[in-house]
Design a binder for this molecule. Structure first.
Ligand SMILES: Nc1ncnc2c1ncn2[C@@H]1O[C@H](COP(=O)(O)OP(=O)(O)OP(=O)(O)O)[C@@H](O)[C@H]1O
Length: 657
């Protein structure tokens, strides 16, 4: 199978039979698939960090991490623990390259490199379940696998991989259920958490970072997640999880522990040694208590209760930090390992429980770079997957889809009714010679007013749905781009998915407006004009969705659409605007082009009868440039989308790292 090399089985063989989980055929299938996927002949990812310091940039600069030193070899399974505010998230963010360390050295496989360059090889499971609620369990995981696995993989291989992962996560029975969300849950919270983890595992990362992967899970689910993480680390995937007061079973599931307190390390090393280390400092672990709880008490400076009879006085955090530094366990000890030693099972096992990392050779680094390049679907494929996913979301959200179409139709009915009484008579001009003396009062305003009202109605109908295209799922966008998903593919896929809604909404609007107002403009030209105006309103709403908060978005999008509608050249008339030398501002708005198109197409059929030039002079509109009007509407809608795209990629850039 393309991209699925069969040379990683040695790692599978290395999997330790200590876990009863290992006997499950589903689990074995997944491990086999995973070991093929991560191409275990390569070096994997190990991290060394020396004196890692992070100071906030804003204000006076708060020191959040200070002099954190350690080493996390390939395939090690780490738990990062500490009290609230100890700096765990900051540490993991610095390690992943999401935050830039203020000082210190960060090495990947022994080389000083920017971790954000390796994002295709790492997985990050956020604490909150960032998943698509409208999609099923399987669709969420499958999308991630399709976009992030090597492009050479065939769909059958990807489906098999996902099948085994879903089975392994014990989600097979709910795989076709929608994920739902906290407001409207469909699957349980624990199952949603497993989907969250599955989305990262589907991409077969070489290192995985998890923020509280077991929080909110019952003990059985938590234990099964822990077993899975351990098994994955046995394949060479470096596993680093932030944990908060884990149960004993979970606690001992981690080979290694990094304990942080006030942004500094107070212990970093094998879990099996943590007892003796703290006992050496004069603390006694009560037999019946959960050791993780005891540790948290100690490292948050609340360890006095564990010193009874030990004669220890100092239990404050500074003493713990100093003791860790003074212990000499502070330096990074790397050594070069050859490929042969990499493939030696015993050395891997000892590496997991030791604090010894490895430096890759130039050839190994090159191989890693090649692996990285091969990962991820091609750009057109990513566009397709995003488009398909967005269409599925729309089908599942059919109520809002039909509601939008209904609102479009209703807007057409209301505007149509307002012009119904005129019976299609929306213009009265000066008759051509020789009938000029027969002319009565002119009506140059009814047609532009129809355009104006149409524009306002479209604005009201389309702004909120346009806003929600991007306004609803920023967290998912951040998550996906941080894992190497193409931003432009995401954007284009999403944009394409809106075209059908725009086409249908404008069609319904035009039909009812046309039937009731009976303007002279032919149906197809009115439809094209309305369609392109919908296009502009959706574009403007996308810009708004990049700039304002979710809760304010729809209102501001509606306000924006009112402004562009009012700049339609009706009141004040475009002629007056020209006298102020402000026509450029009106011309920058789609409203004026829409109104002008309505004006042109309603008047030109009457060219044989009226002096249209007089109407042109009186209003300031230019007749007989329908093509230009439509071109400008398209262009303005396009420019709005370019601005929205720039907003998408440049605003909150740090969250996309
Ligand atoms: N950008 C920032 N500006 C100011 N303070 C910050 C910033 N980021 C984090 N902090 C502070 O730094 C400290 C460490 O934060 P961090 O989120 O890393 O801790 P944590 O150990 O993950 O905490 P928790 O377990 O509560 O999530 C906290 O006191 C937090 O308020």
């Amino acid at each position: 199978m393309d991209g699925c090399v069969d040379d990683g089985i040695s790692d599978y063989a290395e999997y330790e039979p200590e876990d009863d989980f290992h006997n499950s055929p589903d689990f074995q299938r997944f491990i086999r698939s995973m070991s093929k996927t991560i191409e275990t002949s390569s070096i994997g990812l190990s991290f060394d960090f020396e004196n890692l310091t992070y100071v906030t940039k804003k204000g006076r600069g708060k020191k959040i991490l200070q002099g954190v030193t350690g080493t996390m070899p390939r395939g090690s399974c780490w738990g990062v623990m500490g009290g609230s505010g100890a700096g765990k998230s900051t540490f993991v963010n610095v390690l992943m390259g999401k935050l830039q360390a203020t000082a210190g050295i960060m090495k990947i496989n022994g080389w000083e490199k920017d971790m954000s360059k390796y994002k295709k090889l790492i997985g990050y499971v956020p604490q909150d379940d960032v998943v698509f609620s409208e999609l099923t369990v399987r669709e969420n995981i499958l999308h991630s696998a399709r976009v992030r696995l090597p492009s050479s993989w065939r769909d059958k291989a990807i489906q098999d991989h996902v099948d085994s992962l879903i089975a392994c996560l014990q989600l097979t029975h709910v795989q076709h259920s929608r994920v739902g969300d906290a407001r409207k849950p469909v699957i349980s919270g624990g199952q949603r958490k497993r989907v969250n983890i599955g989305m990262e595992l589907a991409a077969a990362p070489m290192a995985i970072f998890l923020d509280e992967p077991t929080s909110g899970l019952d003990s059985t689910s938590a234990a099964s997640i822990m077993r899975l993480l351990r098994a994955i680390s046995r394949l060479g995937v470096t596993t680093i999880a932030i944990i908060h007061q884990p149960r004993e079973q979970i606690f001992y599931g981690f080979d290694q522990l990094l304990l942080l307190s006030q942004g500094q390390s107070v212990y970093s090393g094998p879990t099996e040694n943590v007892h003796s280390y703290f006992e050496g400092l004069g603390f006694a672990f009560p037999k019946r208590a959960n050791p993780a709880d005891t540790l948290i008490d100690i490292i948050t400076g609340d360890g006095a209760q564990y010193t009874v009879g030990a004669g220890k006085k100092e239990t404050d955090v500074e003493t713990l930090i100093d003791a860790w530094r003074a212990g000499g366990q502070y330096s990074v000890r790397n050594k070069h390992l050859s490929v042969t030693s990499l493939n030696d099972g015993s050395s891997k096992r000892s590496r997991r429980s030791s604090n010894q990392s490895l430096n890759s050779t130039v050839e190994q680094e090159q191989s890693l770079q090649r692996t990285m390049k091969a990962r991820g679907a091609s750009w057109p494929a990513q566009v397709f997957y995003c488009f398909k996913r967005a269409m599925t979301q729309q089908v599942r959200n059919s109520t809002s889809f039909f509601f939008e179409i209904g609102v479009g139709a209703l807007a057409g009915v209301i505007i149509g009714l307002s012009a119904f009484a005129s019976n299609g008579h929306l213009f009265q001009g000066i008759y051509k010679q020789p009938f000029t003396p027969l002319s009565s009062a002119v009506d140059y305003s009814s047609t532009p007013q129809l355009g104006l009202l149409g524009g306002l109605a479209i604005g009201l109908a389309a702004s909120a749905p346009g806003f929600w295209v991007f306004g609803e799922e920023k967290q998912m966008y951040f998550r996906e781009t941080a894992s190497g998903h193409s931003r432009s593919a995401y954007y284009v896929g999403k944009l394409l998915s809106t075209l059908l809604r725009i086409a249908l909404s404008s069609f319904h609007f035009t039909v009812f407006l046309g039937i009731l107002a009976t303007p002279l403009i032919e149906f197809q030209w009115m439809y094209v004009a309305n369609l392109l105006y919908f296009w502009c309103v959706y574009g403007l709403a996308s810009v708004v969705s990049m700039l304002v908060k979710r809760e304010n978005g729809p209102l501001i999008a509606v306000l924006g659409s009112l402004i562009i509608g009012v700049l339609g050249g009706v009141a004040p008339p475009l002629r007056t605007v020209k006298s102020w030398n402000m026509e450029w501002l009106w011309r920058a708005s789609p409203g004026v082009w829409l109104t002008e198109a309505y004006f042109t197409e309603n008047l030109t059929p009457l060219d044989y009868l009226y002096e249209l030039e007089l109407a042109e002079q009186a209003t300031g509109f230019t007749l007989r440039q329908y093509g230009l009007d439509m071109g400008m509407l398209f262009l303005i809608g396009f420019v709005y989308r370019v601005i929205a795209y720039l907003g998408l990629i440049y605003i909150n850039r740090d969250k996309q790292r």
